[in-house]
Design a protein. Sequence first.
Length: 571
Amino acid sequence: MQVKKVFLTVMAALTCCLVQAQTAPQLLGKSHAMQRVKVEKKFLLLPIQEREEIATIKVLVDNQQVMSFNAKLAVDKVDYYVPLELQHFGAEQLLLDVKFHGDRRFTGAMKDFLCWREIKQSDTFDTKNCEKYRPQYHHTPVYGWMNDPNGMFYKDGVYHLFYQWNPYGSQWENMTWGHSTSRDLIHWEAQPTAIEPDALGSIFSGSCVVDKKNDRVVAFYTSAGEKQTQSMAVSTDGGKTFQKYAGNPVLVSKEEDFRDPKCFWNPEIQKWNLILAVGQEMRIYSSSNLTDWTYESSFGQTVNKLTDEVTEAGCHDGVWECPDLIKLQVRGTDKQKWLLICNINPGGPFGGSATQYFVGNFDGHKFTCEHQDTRWMDYGKDHYATVTFDNAPDGRHIALAWMSNWQYANQVPTKQFRSANSVPRDLDLFEYNGQTYCGVTPSRELTALRGKEVKKVPQAGEIVVDVKGSTEIVLSNALGEQVVMNYDALQHTFSMDRTRSYASFSEAFPCKTTAPVYGDINQLRIFLDNSSIEVFDAEGRLSMTNLVFPQEPYSKLKVTGGKATIYELKK
């Protein structure tokens, strides 16, 4: 099934009339040039070459700088193009001030760079789904780089997903909030850019809340300038557009890592709570009006005032990031407990980034964890920056993750875009051997994707395996590439081995990931897409997310110890 997307611009191939963007560049030195652009079309198409160093591009109108961004302009090869929307500036002519940062000994003379010949103007920009690894039913940006999901909320029948986005290349840079919407968590429509960088800095991760009392949506995000501060923006049209708060920043700190605010309404104290990551801990605040915040407590590190001894909760092998704090029901009981989500990079169980969590109690002021061990929400290598939707319907707590790993996210073998989000997952709690764990279940909307049962392995679909004790599942292709999954009923583990999957782009990519299993597994649900495999215990006690990049699609399925039913995507 080809997922329908509505894009920001006319979706047409670049067969339209193209015009040269400008006159010859004015050279100001070995690495500095200016170029005048007479606005004749909607877009300026910038040629990008990913192996090059970035160039800083300042856009000037009437002698005033109106924009600045970084892009890897092509020197001798064009990998792809990115659009700069010329009509956004409302001017007949622009001046581009371009400063290259690469070493001229390796890149040659600036006057000979290919970018000067390849910069074009056009009324359209091609964003067709043309790459073999672009997922068919996972959310992706229509072009450019994407990492953390941000500001997710539900309102008036629509799910809103914002995300860390680079509009000017498919590697990390120029952090901005992109925006997509959906009515079913599966089919996403791209929306105009939500929040752009300003004098306070780039726009890093954050959250949105539906402020029902004042009929508005309020976004909190990290302004990443010389220091990281917390800023706020308000939408009065349901999240379509945001107006930045004139009193920004609303929270500041002396700490270097001070970011990723997650805000939520806490009915138990009739106030708003906000949790954010500060170095190796999470800090919790409260507010009655969303603008004035009171520090309440910290979680993650406890210092004995008498001995100066530090006691740490969970894993501290990397920086703590992207927190969430939600109250969940414990299955089969009348108990409720709080779940604190803490993303960490590096320090994941198989290297790089991952999502850990803590179960405990929260009184609106202080979170207290009830266990000593480190717990991971997902035991794959490509599950990070997990957060939940605010105001989700029916009391649900729906999570999305960034489906990649910082060890190789910039190098995965795609060009026009990089990165996807995981399938949506509903979170709850379950008990096992006297302990309470986070349950992760594929959201019910995914069942509607099931098409007819088939014998052949599809490029994208769902495989349901009824398990009878220990089971081995092998996906392979004619090139000998394969992914091997094993459920060991005696050792109570599940593993996925992708060491024989295509991985020449990174030495950190080949790996075998292994998860503990809490109780016997009866059924596995495997979500296969063009470049990912996500495996769940049907009862939500196991989650494992891994990217794969087979040079040919997997065409063979072998199951030992169980029975598989294969569903293609619904047409």
